[in-house]
Design a protein around this ligand. Structure first.
Ligand SMILES: Nc1ncnc2c1ncn2[C@@H]1O[C@H](COP(=O)(O)OP(=O)(O)O)[C@@H](O)[C@H]1O
Ligand SMILES: [Mg+2]
Length: 269
């Protein structure tokens, strides 16, 4: 738990803003350690559920490629807060896409760093699915939920949509589809089926973004190029892209292993 005083966030720098929350940079404790404070902005049932989900799941995770939760606060007056270790390098979204829009963003990433980032995200997802007591599906893997440390180690954040599943590869049905358009696996988008494959598909889209520098959906592109996955399939005359299971990842194998492409007939999974 954190003392109430630090949660007076009005004077803190805003690091990011989402649909349900706002993330601030603040300082805590005797050593004035820099942290990221995520404040839930809405007071409805959905926000409280997202807060509890994120608190329970994030506090159970310990991996070098996942942003550690360092505390929380439930205050009747100030609201609901999650406190994370601060990751100084900004989000992968900023590196991949913000520069092009002319917004102040990071420099472009060299290939060696893109590879390192791909491996790190794969390691994090492998850990979520197979490295803990219960399989965790993140459900919102995308560049804005991947932060880069000062030495460009990727750290997955934002467990607001995460959920535990009975076991990897056993799908369950959800009534409402949540997540981000462009990263939603077809069986999730069309039938509400969630499983570890939901993250594997989104990871595949992030790999394509890392390789191509394009966003998953870009309305201003020419006909046939608006959707990154469809465009890549067309470019190489492939019917489907196969994103293999990432159960046994090794640093050397992750990119070729996860992004193997097949001519026809098979499903990703
Ligand atoms: N630990 C952190 N360190 C630095 N920046 C962070 C941290 N956590 C979040 N951010 C910034 O805040 C943004 C939103 O955080 P996120 O947890 O994804 O919240 P939301 O649920 O609102 O999307 C991120 O894209 C990132 O830019
Ligand atoms: Mg987010």
């Amino acid at each position: 738990m954190f003392e109430r005083a630090i949660l007076k966030v009005a004077h803190y720098k805003v690091l990011g803003r989402g649909a349900l929350s706002c993330v601030f940079r603040g300082r805590v404790g005797f050593l004035r350690t820099t942290v990221a404070i995520k404040r839930l902005d809405k007071e409805d049932k959905e926000s409280s559920k997202a807060f509890c989900r994120e608190l329970m799941i994030a506090s159970s995770l310990h991996n070098p490629n996942i942003v550690p939760l360092v505390g929380f606060c439930i205050d009747p007056e100030e609201g609901l807060f999650l406190v994370y270790k601060y990751v100084s390098g900004g989000s992968l979204e900023r590196y991949l896409h913000e520069r092009k829009r002319g917004v102040k963003g990071g420099p472009s990433l060299p290939w060696s760093v893109r590879y390192k980032v791909a491996v790190g995200i794969g390691e994090a997802i492998g850990y979520l699915h197979n490295g803990t007591d219960r399989c965790v599906v993140h459900r919102d893997i995308k560049p804005s939920n991947i932060l880069l440390s000062s030495n460009k180690t990727p750290k997955v954040c934002d467990f607001g949509l995460a959920t535990w599943t009975p076991a990897p590869s056993i799908p369950f049905l959800c009534k409402t589809v949540k997540g981000t358009f462009g990263y939603l696996a077809p069986e999730y988008f069309q039938h509400g089926k969630v499983s570890d494959k939901t993250d594997v598909y989104a990871f595949g889209v992030v790999l394509l973004e890392l390789i191509s520098g394009r966003k998953p959906i870009e309305a201003k592109r020419g006909p046939g190029e608006e959707n990154l996955v469809v465009w890549v399939c067309q470019c190489f005359n492939f019917d489907l892209i196969i994103f293999s299971s990432i159960k046994f990842l090794t640093v050397e194998s992750v990119v070729p292993y996860c992004l193997t492409v097949k001519k026809s007939g098979s499903r990703y999974g």
